[in-house]
Design a protein around this ligand. Structure first.
Ligand code: ZN
Ligand code: ZN
Ligand code: FE
Length: 745
């Protein structure tokens, strides 16, 4: 009989997914000896025994691996047998470069749910139930390898029953690092009026009682606290808006299950699949029956999601209504994650706070997905997905840290063929978000033991992320904002050579010191040329114009009609008093604090204003969302437009909209159809087969549909985002690839 010893080193998603117990079971079943252990790179296995059994082991290692595991690479060596007598799971090896991938937080699995609601089970109604296939990961890991002492579960000593499961290779909790029960694990605490008033089951009962009474509660979850309340009770939802100082930005709603969700919304088959996926993102679905009117005011869609932690399941089964579940923070501040922080910051927002004693190591907001042009698009890529890497079809020349943009910030670490995008950090517009950004960069660099060769940031001199990059002790390169959008889209689609990138958004610092946002770039990974752009117009009052679509509309009207615009009978004009109007005209004329822009995002704002949909926005993108909702696919025609030199003239389009303004759906549909026509015309001039769509404007479903329809009809290949956001949450990917590939730094 021939004996063989195989040494196998696996990389990929192999830690925290039940890989070692699986190897143990497989090896013992095949009567092989040796060991398995987690190291900084992944999993290391040695098996020895009869040659055909070893061969079978190597095959089944791949075909029968645990559901959440993903093997990216395998190194295999055959050595002379050592005479191992047993097969064992050895303790983890530290040291060396950390390459093991960290798993995202996983939604509660079916097996755990069955136990959670089974009165005979020892974990009946225990809100921290989990197993090797589910539970927190990214938000509890302090360092690699992924073992209990390296997580925030370290402080809970397992009871005998839990330890038995943890050490029994036949148990589905064998080496489940967050394993716990009522006896030994984390507990719920109910805090009100300055003190803890209930614990455990009693705390849960109080929580649901108060929720039924119409109270607002702050509840600690997986990646931070949520503020929750009855989503069908207008009184409490509007109170929540008042306390949070959040005027109209929509709230997400958590439903008990798909059945309850379908009473209120009309999800498509694809949206249903996204809702029940283990990532459990918030999915934007069409409303059917109105929840409390101030949940998502004026919008056609609502952000819906299903429970993803045991506590969510318990809450939604205990009450008979869906709940608003929104990140617990004051407007524009980072999500709250620590108990002390919750008490100091949330005590005035919530009537009571429900926390637990398992620490959240890092913040992670809920992910948001919208189906655009028939494919799922991340509006926010965070809990449930982060930190899964984006795998590139090529290798980078060097390690890059990309610090991202300023709005919807994410940053990225990149090496070899991997880019790890951070969780959603948010808009870095104040001191507390800046602090969280800096902490988070240092945190992920430490977790992955990562030292970059280059740091990539935006060209905007006043972005806090740019300033931060320049304080780091590494070489810094700056990248143009829309080129970063373009490269991000190219990289996730693995495109080579030159593409035409249509990058439309609200704002991005341009090479000529104007504000870009209506760009057509001929782009490669490392260079670009501004091929076409929308004709510039003035932003009256700079940043103020971003918040007030009426200012953008006035600027376009001044351009078209000069001073005569002041007496037009239009909502944008009526929005201001006659003195204000005069003053705005003079500012527009004088050019002081009126930066030039080519932004298509702002054109959407102007259309929203001209059609009377909104004159001042209360959240970013509101104007564009209201416009999108009016699109009517049965309108096929479009407005005249002219391409002059390398510019698109928007004047005939605005004139067309003014003519149609009594019929907003018609005006909106023609406007969006025109934009798609423009893309086609420019694509025909550009002569590039591949066309990438990127930038925040490409979150617009009818626009992306129309562009795809027109361009594929003419033989173009159209590429959009699926792995990272098309908004500024995705530019760190483009920056990382640029920094990793350019010839010189
Ligand atoms: Zn489970
Ligand atoms: Zn226990
Ligand atoms: Fe952008």
């Amino acid at each position: 009989m021939v004996y063989k010893r195989a040494k196998i080193s696996l990389k990929g998603l192999v830690q925290g997914v039940g890989f070692r117990p699986f190897v143990y079971r497989l090896a013992t079943e095949l009567n092989l000896k040796g060991f398995v252990l987690n190291d900084g790179k992944g999993v290391l296995i040695e098996v020895e025994g009869e040659a055909d059994k070893v061969a079978l082991f190597l095959k089944r290692l791949h075909t029968e691996k645990p559901p959440n595991a993903r093997i990216i690479s395998q190194e295999l060596e055959f050595l002379s047998p050592k005479g191992y007598e047993t097969f064992e799971i050895k303790s983890s090896q530290k040291g060396g470069e950390t390459e093991a991938l960290v798993l995202p937080d996983l939604a509660t699995c079916e097996d755990c749910l069955r136990e959670l609601f089974n009165p005979a089970d020892r974990r009946y109604m225990y809100p921290f139930i989990n197993c090797t296939n589910c539970g927190p990961r990214f938000t509890i890991i302090e360092s690699l390898p992924y073992d209990r002492p390296n997580t925030s579960m370290r402080k809970f000593k397992m009871c005998r029953a839990c330890l038995r499961e943890y050490t029994d290779p036949r148990s589905r909790r064998f080496h489940a690092q967050p394993n716990a029960c009522k006896e030994c694990g984390p507990q719920l605490y109910y805090w009100e009026n300055g003190k803890v008033t209930a614990k455990g089951e009693e705390a849960f009962e109080k929580l649901t009682e108060e929720l039924k009474k119409g109270k607002i509660l702050a509840v600690k979850g997986i990646g931070g606290f949520h503020l929750i309340c009855n989503a069908t009770d207008e009184k409490v939802v509007s109170l929540l808006r008042e306390r949070k100082k959040r005027k109209e930005k929509p709230f997400a709603v958590m439903f008990r299950d798909l059945n309850q969700l379908m009473e209120y919304a009309n999800p498509t088959e694809l949206e249903k699949a996204l809702l029940i996926s283990p990532e459990r993102p918030i999915v934007l679905v069409e409303k059917k029956k109105e929840l409390a009117p101030s949940v998502a005011p004026k919008l056609k869609r609502v952000g819906a999601f299903l429970p993803y932690s045991p506590l969510h399941h318990m809450i939604l089964r205990a009450v008979d209504f869906p709940i608003v579940a929104t990140s617990a923070n004051l407007s524009e501040e980072p999500i709250v994650k620590d108990n002390g922080e919750a008490i100091s910051k949330l005590k005035d927002l919530a009537d009571a706070i429900v926390f637990h004693d398992r620490d959240i190591v890092r913040r992670c907001d809920d992910s948001v997905v919208k189906v655009v042009g028939g494919v799922p698009l991340y509006i926010r890529r965070s809990r449930g997905v982060v930190p899964l890497p984006i795998i590139l079809p090529f290798r980078l020349k060097r390690k890059a840290l990309a610090v991202g943009g300023m709005l919807k910030n994410t940053f990225a670490l990149a090496w070899d063929d991997k880019v790890i995008l951070s969780q959603h950090i948010g808009d870095i517009e104040n001191f507390s978000t800046l602090k969280v950004f800096e902490e988070s960069v240092r945190d992920l660099m430490r977790l992955y033991n990562f030292e970059p060769d280059v740091v990539v940031c935006d060209m905007h001199p006043r972005y806090e992320t740019t300033r931060f990059a320049k304080t780091l002790p590494y070489k810094v390169v700056q990248m143009q904002h829309h080129h970063a959008h373009a490269v991000s889209c190219m990289a996730e689609n693995g495109l080579e050579g030159k593409v035409l990138a249509v990058t439309w958004d609200g704002t991005g610092f341009g090479l000529d010191n104007t504000v870009w946002g209506g760009e057509f770039l001929i782009s490669t990974y490392t260079s670009f040329r501004r091929f076409f752009h929308f004709k510039n117009f003035k932003l009256i009052g700079g940043e103020k114009a971003v918040k007030e679509p009426a200012r953008v509309a006035l600027s376009l009207l001044f351009e078209l009609y000069g001073e005569k615009a002041l007496s037009l009978d239009l909502p944008a004009v009526r929005f201001y008093s006659s003195t204000e109007r005069e003053m705005l005209f003079r500012v527009w004329q004088g050019g002081f604090n009126t930066p030039l822009t080519s932004s298509v995002g702002r054109l959407f704002d102007a259309v929203a204003s001209l059609l009377g949909l909104c004159q001042r926005v209360s959240y970013e993108g509101q104007g564009a969302m209201l416009v999108e909702d009016l699109y009517d696919p049965s309108v096929g025609d479009f407005y005249d437009f002219t391409l002059e030199g390398d510019r698109v003239d928007w004047k005939p389009i605005i004139e067309g909209i003014l003519k149609d303004r009594q019929d907003p759906p018609k005006a909106v549909s023609r406007f969006i159809n025109t934009l798609a026509r423009i893309v086609l015309e420019v694509a025909l001039k550009g002569g590039k087969e591949k066309v990438c769509l990127s930038g925040g404007v490409m979150q617009n479903d009818p626009l992306v549909r129309k562009i795809k329809e027109l361009l594929t009809g003419e033989g173009f290949k159209v590429y959009t985002h699926q792995k990272v956001p098309t908004n500024d949450g995705g530019i760190s990917l483009g920056q990382a690839v640029f920094g990793g590939l350019i010839d010189q730094i």
